[in-house]
Design a protein around this ligand. Structure first.
Ligand code: DC
Length: 221
């Protein structure tokens, strides 16, 4: 079974997807981490980020592994921390905007679905990568709440930033994610819309679990 969670940056997709996967005994597919690892590799090997074919080639040859304990490996190296660095984050759009590089990552994502039950999280999972997924969610939250959550995360990691700056970055990412020529963030009619603005993580997970369990029992999703 495939469960997808699409939605904008900082809506809480990763936290919710990880918990939902654990509760269901499914594998959690953090596709953002794949885009991050691919970007890290492209930067590290000095690939010409302006040359689409080079970039796709680097991505095709990247051995990205998402471990059950949350670690991310790229070509055998533990990149869990470094893929969250501002340098990587600031360059992801180069991979994310590149059709051939996306195809290489999508191929890897679909391969996993052939063997495992998945909770797949990312901006294009229900709309593009797994259009026939059994249960598809779109996770929304207001800009204010998303910025507040991201600010808490950053402050917990001892990063000194203002709410206004975090909000500005989220607006910029939203714009990029929605206007991307390929794999853009898009809500389709068959997605179950969840507004998490006033819900706790546990409440969101419970709503999702109810839908998945209905579906597993043969009812509507
Ligand atoms: O979820 P995240 O913040 O780790 O994702 C990082 C970036 O990767 C995001 O800004 C856009 C890109 N991405 C994508 O284009 N498609 C996905 N399925 C997941 C992430």
């Amino acid at each position: 079974m495939i469960v997808t969670i699409d939605g904008p940056a900082a809506a809480g997709k990763s936290t919710v997807a990880r918990r939902l996967a654990r509760r269901l005994g499914f594998r959690y597919l953090d596709t953002g981490a794949m885009y991050r690892a691919a970007t890290w590799k492209a930067l590290r090997c000095g690939a010409d980020l302006e040359a689409p074919e080079t970039l796709a080639e680097v991505v095709r040859n990247a051995d990205i592994q998402l471990k059950a304990d949350g670690r991310v490996l790229c070509d055998g190296q533990d990149v869990t921390q470094v893929i969250r660095s501002p340098e990587v984050t600031g360059n992801i759009y180069r991979v994310a905007d590149d059709a051939a590089a996306r195809q290489a990552l999508i191929r890897q994502q679909r391969k996993l679905a052939a063997t495992d039950n998945l909770v797949a999280e990312g901006r294009d999972q229900g709309s593009e990568v797994f259009p026939d997924a059994e249960v598809k969610f779109y996770l929304h939250a207001s800009l204010k709440v998303r910025a507040g959550r991201r600010l808490d995360e950053l402050r917990n990691a001892d990063k000194d930033v203002s709410l206004a700056e975090v909000q500005r970055q989220i607006v910029l990412r939203d714009r990029r994610d929605r206007s991307r020529p390929v794999g853009s963030l898009r809500r389709t009619g068959d997605m179950i819309f969840i507004d998490s603005t006033d819900l706790s993580v546990e409440q969101v997970v419970q709503v999702m679990l109810d839908h998945v369990e209905d579906r597993l029992a043969g009812g509507p999703s």
